[in-house]
Design a protein around this ligand. Structure first.
Ligand code: FES
Length: 79
């Protein structure tokens, strides 16, 4: 989420990354979703309230930038 926000992408991220709003909802591109850790219960609960949820939906504030996620591709979900 911070990488998207800090690079000017239109992501609301209203709660600032506290996993309390779902306005950082993204779709993780095929091939990357499987590399991410499973979402924690808080993320799953917030995604339940998001619109247009897909199997590859994640909250971008819960995706940690690391060597494993370097190059990850996501699409910002509609609000
Ligand atoms: Fe609010 Fe991710 S920024 S849930």
């Amino acid at each position: 989420m911070e990488a998207l926000r800090d690079n000017g992408f239109p992501i609301a991220a209203e709660c600032g990354g506290a996993c309390a709003c779902a306005t950082c909802h993204v779709y993780v591109e095929e091939g990357w979703a499987e590399k991410l850790p499973e979402p924690k219960a808080e993320e799953v609960d917030m995604l339940d309230m998001a619109l247009a949820v897909q199997p590859n939906s994640r909250l971008s504030c819960q995706i940690i930038c690391s060597a494993e996620t370097d190059g990850i591709k996501v699409t910002i979900a509609p609000e």
